[in-house]
Design a protein around this ligand. Structure first.
Ligand code: PLP
Length: 395
């Protein structure tokens, strides 16, 4: 043990020395636009994945409370032994209906959905082609499978095509990508991916964690944004961001695919069922968004307000009109200082630097929510402009 502790201590010191130590700010309120920290400080929150602002929605909370009373705290079982309640089946049906797919399967998280997918579907005769900047859980999921692995350059369709050509002897080819890349707010070039998939007879997989529920005309995610509803073969997503923010993930697609995942997918077979309050809160969110675009329209208008005014003020904002708005600064220390100064003025934002993003491309990632008021957004913009002028980032 002493040898292990010694080597851990060295590693911890190295993390600190590299300036990449992640501190956790403790929140004493629910997740929402205006949060209270444990030290009593109030802050406007601009760094949650609470895109639709439903994490503290009253209807969502009461649905969870009712389910707690009616169905209990948890199942003490995996789904196939004695852990499936009617609400699990209902939620899977709602998710499939929302995406216009034949069926869906719930997991404890999208990390698990990604971990359980590739190994179940692909054999050593297959090839998976994965964007180099895909989420860690896709990378880990792919690692677990026996298929041949190709990493194509980020959003580089020439490289993807070359790698598809190289894999024509495989039984199956699966192209795997994030729908929206969370560090950049950029969208995968889905139309071109679909064209290449057709040309080279490949399947498509999209992780739509940063798109489901709010991106595209009706919030159906990346395929909706490109007016290509129903075009992706397999979609994985999370219930832990826009869809209430509690926990959970899923895969949706063809019936046979979901049937096989239920039989073989290891994180599904060997991990506990989602707790009833979590299922009920996600189910209530589905009801709120399935027939109405009111909340996502508010998110769109908040996003436009923030992006257009920040650009006018002279900031460079990366991304494709998405509520993830990375404000590009460049220098890592300046970015940290900027984020700290914003916090002093009650605006909670996070700076990201190497190794999370490439060297010299440090940024403050702002995430807009439907829960922000126009006042909140304007207040944040004013604070950004004030501090950026002081730090000589803009004139
Ligand atoms: C693109 C992407 N995929 C998967 C996940 C994992 O989702 P979950 O929190 O449901 O495990 C995340 C969460 O950060 C994500 O951003």
């Amino acid at each position: 043990m002493s040898l292990l502790i010694e080597s851990i201590t060295l590693e911890l010191k190295a993390i600190e020395a590299a300036g990449t130590w992640k501190k956790e700010r403790v929140i004493a309120s629910p997740q929402r636009a205006r949060i209270v920290l444990k030290n009593g400080i109030e802050a406007l929150n601009f760094c949650a994945n609470n895109y639709l602002g439903l994490s503290d929605n009253n209807e969502v909370i009461s649905a969870a409370k009712i389910a707690l009373d009616k169905y209990g705290a948890g199942l003490s079982s995996v789904r196939f032994i004695c852990g499936t309640q009617e609400i699990h089946v209902e939620l899977e049906k709602k998710i499939a209906r929302f995406h216009g797919r034949e069926n869906a399967i719930l997991y404890a998280s999208c990390f698990d959905a990604n971990a359980g997918l590739f190994e179940t579907l692909l054999t050593s005769e297959d090839t998976v082609l994965s964007d180099e900047l895909n989420h860690a859980s896709i990378i880990d999921g792919i690692r677990l499978c026996k298929a041949k692995k190709h990493r194509y350059k980020h959003r580089d369709m020439v490289d993807l095509e070359n790698k598809l050509q190289d894999s024509m002897s495989s039984r199956l080819r699966l192209i795997a990508t994030d729908g929206v890349f969370s560090m950049d707010g950029t969208v995968t070039p889905l139309p071109k991916i679909l064209e290449l998939a057709k040309k080279y007879c490949a399947l498509t997989f999209v992780d739509d964690c940063h798109a489901t529920g709010f991106f595209g005309n009706s919030g159906r995610g990346t395929e909706d944004y490109f007016n290509q509803l129903g075009s992706i073969d397999i979609i994985n997503s999370t219930l832990g961001k826009a869809l209430g923010g509690a926990a959970g993930g899923y895969t949706t697609g063809k019936k046979e695919l979901i049937d096989l995942l239920r039989q073989r997918s290891r994180p599904y077979l060997f991990s506990n069922s989602l707790p009833p309050p979590v299922v009920a809160s996600a189910s209530k969110v589905m009801d709120l968004i399935i027939n109405s675009t009111e909340i996502l329209d508010r998110l769109k208008s908040n996003t436009n307000l923030f992006r257009s005014n920040m650009k006018k003020a002279g900031f460079t904002i990366s991304g494709d009109n998405h509520p993830i708005c990375p404000i590009m600064i460049g220098d890592a220390r300046l970015t940290t200082e900027f984020a700290d100064k914003m916090m002093e003025q009650g605006i909670y934002v996070t700076g990201f630097s190497y190794p999370v993003v490439p060297k010299g491309k440090a940024r403050i990632r702002v995430q807009i929510s439907a829960a922000h008021s126009q006042n909140d957004i304007e207040h944040a913009i004013n604070a950004f402009v004030y501090n950026a002028r002081k730090l000589k980032i803009i004139k």
